[in-house]
Design a binder for this molecule. Structure first.
Ligand code: BG6
Length: 487
C-alpha cells in the first residue's frame, strides 16, 4: 500500500459528493478511480455520497458500485478492499432535496472525525449542472468546498458566459475546477516534460523547422447509451473544443515562467488568443451511416460523429504552420496521437530512386495512451551496396521503464489534484470562453455532414482538407512492440 505523502495526497480528509453517481462516467471512471485512490492510501480519510435522479437506497448503490468496479477497475478488487470501500459510500436521491443532502454531508463529516474538505463532483449533463449548483447553495455546502465541473462548459460563447456568471453567483472561481481529462493523461503532462526539461527540441519547436502538426484521436467505439447526450453535443463540442484544443495548447505554448497554475494558464490562454477563428471551409463534418437508426437519435439528425479541421495559431512561433485535428466514432482504429512533421531538407544529393522523402517527412510522434510511447522517425541508409534510404525510427515506450505500474489514470490524477487545490491541469473560464469565441464561425454555419462507412477513416473529403500533405494514420509502420526483440 502506498504511503501518503504530502506531495501527492491532500492534507485533509475529503467528503466527495458525486452528482450523477449512477451514470456512465461514474461507473466507468469515477467510482473505480475513487476506489483506487482510497485503497492505495492517497487520501487521509474519505466518504463518498452518491447523488442521482435514481430513487434507490444505499444497498442498491453499493451493488451498482461493486458491479462498476468488477467491470471497469483496472486493478483487482479484493474482498477486504471492497468491504472498506463499501463502508465509505452513502447515497441521497436527488428528489430528497437540500436538507437530506446537508444532513448526509454533516453525518459524513462527523464520521471522519477530523478536519475535512468537501469535493462536489458534477458528473451530469450541462442542462443539469446549474440545478446541482443551486442545490449545493441551498444546502449550505459551499464553504470548505471545491466543485469539479465536467465538460462541455456551455454549448457556445453566450451559454458559456452565462454558465460562468451563474456559477460565480454561488462558487468563487478559485473553488471551481473545470476538468478536461486529457490533461490528466500521463503523456499529456509528458509533453511539458519533453519540451521544457530538455534543450534538444525546443530550439526547433517553431515555424522554421516544423511543417505542420496533427492531433488525431480516432475511436472505434460507437455511442452505446450516450446517443441522447451526443445528439445535443456532436464530436466538435464533445472532443475538439475540449480535449483536442487543450492538448494543442500544451504542444504550442511558450515556456511558462513556472510549473504553477497561473503561469501555465496564462501561456495556454495566449495560444487560444492567437488562434484564428475556425472557418467552415476548413472543416469536414461526418456522420457514420446507421447513426440515424440508433435509439435516441433523430431520423434526420445533423449531429456529427466525426470531425476533421485545419486551424492556425497566428503568432511568431506558429504563423503559417497548419494544425490538423481529427476525431470521430466508429472509425477504423482507436489511436490518440500528436504527430509533428518537420520540414524537409532544401536540396537532396541522393540520386533519384534512392527513397529519400518517399515516406514523408521526419516525424516526432507522441502516443497519448496511458502506457505512452514516443517515436522520432528519420531517413537512414539500408545496409548493402549503393545508397538506398529507408524510414527508420527511435522509439520509447513507457513499458520499457519500471514505472508502468505507477501510472495514475487521468481521472484519478485530476481528482487528487482537485482535492489538493492544485489547478495546474484544469482549464479556466477565460480560456474556455475564448475557445467558444473562435468556434463561432463554425457553429453558426456548420458545413453539411458527409456520411462515412463505419470502420473507415471518415468521409473522403478529409484528404482534400490536408492535401498536399497526408494523414499520418493509419501508420505505415506499426509501433515496435517493446516485448518483441528484433522487429
Ligand atoms: C470523453 C468523450 O470526454 O472522452 C468521449 O465524451 C470519448 O466521447 C472519451 O470517447 C475519450 O476518452 P479516452 O480517455 O478514452 O481517450
Amino acid at each position: 500500500m502506498a504511503k501518503i505523502s504530502p506531495d501527492v495526497g491532500p492534507r485533509f480528509a475529503q467528503v466527495v459528493v458525486l452528482f450523477g453517481a449512477t451514470g456512465d462516467l461514474a461507473r466507468r471512471k469515477l467510482l473505480p478511480g475513487l476506489f483506487h485512490l482510497t485503497s492505495a492510501g492517497f487520501i487521509p480519510g474519505c466518504r463518498i455520497i452518491g447523488v442521482s435522479l435514481d430513487d434507490i437506497d444505499l444497498d442498491a448503490f453499493r451493488q451498482l458500485a461493486r458491479a462498476a468496479l468488477d467491470e471497469f477497475s483496472s486493478r483487482p478488487v479484493g474482498d477486504a478492499e471492497w468491504a472498506a470501500f463499501a463502508a465509505l459510500l452513502d447515497y441521497v436521491p436527488l428528489a430528497a432535496g437540500a436538507t437530506a443532502l446537508k444532513a448526509a454531508v454533516h453525518q459524513s463529516e462527523q464520521l471522519l472525525g477530523r478536519e475535512s474538505r468537501r469535493l462536489h463532483y458534477l458528473s451530469v449533463p450541462p442542462s443539469a449542472a446549474l440545478s446541482a449548483v443551486q442545490l449545493l447553495g441551498e444546502a449550505g455546502l459551499v464553504e470548505r468546498s471545491r466543485i469539479v465541473m465536467e465538460k462541455p462548459f456551455g454549448t457556445d460563447l453566450v451559454s458559456a458566459v452565462a454558465l460562468n456568471t451563474r456559477l460565480h453567483g454561488v462558487f468563487a472561481e478559485e473553488q471551481i475546477f473545470r476538468i478536461d481529462h486529457f490533461l490528466g493523461k500521463e503523456p499529456a503532462q509528458n509533453i511539458l516534460a519533453f519540451r521544457f526539461a530538455n534543450g534538444l527540441f525546443e530550439p526547433i519547436w517553431n515555424r522554421n523547422f516544423i511543417d505542420h502538426v496533427q492531433i488525431d484521436v480516432p475511436e472505434t467505439l460507437g455511442l452505446g447509451q450516450r446517443a441522447g447526450f451526443y445528439e445535443q453535443t456532436g464530436a466538435y463540442r464533445d472532443m475538439v473544443v475540449t480535449h483536442l484544443f487543450q492538448i494543442l495548447a500544451f504542444m504550442a505554448m511558450e515556456p511558462p515562467t513556472a510549473l504553477e497554475p497561473a503561469p501555465i494558464s496564462e501561456e495556454k490562454n495566449k495560444v487560444f488568443r492567437s488562434m484564428l477563428p475556425i472557418q467552415p471551409a476548413d472543416v469536414v463534418r461526418g456522420q457514420y451511416t446507421g447513426y440515424r437508426a440508433e435509439q435516441g437519435v433523430n431520423l434526420e439528425s445533423d449531429s456529427e460523429t466525426f470531425i476533421a479541421l485545419k486551424c492556425a495559431i497566428d503568432n511568431w512561433r506558429w504563423a503559417g504552420v497548419p494544425f490538423y485535428l481529427r476525431t470521430g466514432k466508429r472509425l477504423a482504429e482507436g489511436q490518440r496521437i500528436i504527430s509533428i512533421a518537420f520540414r524537409e531538407p532544401p536540396k537532396s544529393m541522393f540520386p533519384a530512386g534512392s527513397g529519400v522523402g518517399a515516406q514523408g517527412p521526419d516525424h516526432l510522434t507522441f502516443d497519448l495512451a496511458d502506457a505512452s510511447k514516443m517515436s522520432l522517425s528519420f531517413y537512414g541508409k539500408r545496409p548493402g551496396p549503393g545508397m538506398r534510404l529507408d524510414k527508420l525510427s527511435l522509439q520509447f515506450a513507457m513499458h520499457d521503464t519500471g514505472f508502468i505500474g505507477d501510472v495514475l489514470e487521468a481521472y484519478e490524477r485530476l481528482i487528487l489534484d482537485a482535492m489538493r487545490a492544485d489547478r495546474t491541469l484544469f482549464t479556466t473560464a477565460e480560456g474556455i470562453e475564448r475557445l467558444w469565441e473562435v468556434s463561432m464561425p463554425l457553429l453558426e454555419a456548420p458545413p453539411p455532414v458527409r456520411f462515412y462507412a463505419p470502420g473507415s477513416w471518415g468521409p473522403n473529403a478529409i484528404h482534400q482538407l490536408i492535401a498536399p500533405r497526408a494523414w499520418r494514420l493509419p501508420f505505415e509502420r506499426a509501433w515496435r512492440n517493446p516485448n518483441t526483440v528484433g522487429n
